[in-house]
Design a protein around this ligand. Sequence first.
Ligand code: MG
Length: 340
Amino acid sequence: MTYQLAHRRYTLPFRKPVRTAHGLWAERQGVIVRLEDEAGAIGYGEVAPISSFGTETLAEAEAALAALGDRIEPEWISQISPQLACTRHGLSEALVAAQALPAAPATGTDYLAVAALLPAGRAAIPAADEKAAAGFRDFKWKVGVGDIGDELSLLDDLLGKLPDGARLRLDANGAWDRRQAERWLDRCADRPIEYVEQPIAADVRGADDLLLGLAHDYPTPLALDESLVRDGDIDRWLDAGWPGIWIVKPTLLADPAVAIGKLAQRRMPVVFSSALETALGARTALQHAFTWPGEKRALGFGVWPLFVDRTFDGPAAAPFIRAEDLARLPSGETLWSALS
Ligand code: MG
């Protein structure tokens, strides 16, 4: 079976620039791909690389799509270089949709908790109040953005604002060096922190040993996020016996079903997370979360409304996402038409 391939780039300004340890991020760019078979069956997929996170660049993804031409065979998709994980992901997603393959059976979960995303710095404190009032009990605070002393001094104020039974996770986005990470982990050791995400950047020399050492030396669990994006990362960390949490952004993985299957088989603790993709990619990512057989931890999908153009958003952040919400997300056809 031959498929017609077409693709359209999107450039979607964020409602508010997203502040990360990599700086301010003003707009999301990516590509929607469309496959149509000879009988007229159509499927859409999303190619949403984040090169600062370790994926291919958008230009590389578009060059790979252009090189495929406008008619492709399904086998070509698995032959795309693993360095182009997001490109492979989007094409596979479109192929599965065009083939109308049945989705994996759900695990009987009707809804999953969502972690409220708190802004960096002191703004986290009023935001935590507001989110707690809205019913959130899981919170994620971006750290490693401002001065370390200022941020450390805010931690207890923030914990004091959270309702009983709430869980707080911290995300450093790889901003700390070893000394800074140790200061933070000393402070977290006797406090109720669910985990600390990516304390050390994935691409510094000796990062793996540093992360493993910190994970063994401190009681607060650590989570890998940026460390799990490149080809072979998940296999390497499984071989290394990573003792912490695994943040999975399905949109950034060439073949998320395979990667997630390996983590499920080894009964690893997994948190599913947004790559700030559109509703098209988010639906696929959330389907993986809903079919995860292990312990359900709060989703890292408290991101919407995200775009100035609401057409591309998923459901507005609420303390839960329901399985039935996925069916109400805008279709690939809707997003494709919005880009014409
Ligand atoms: Mg993260």
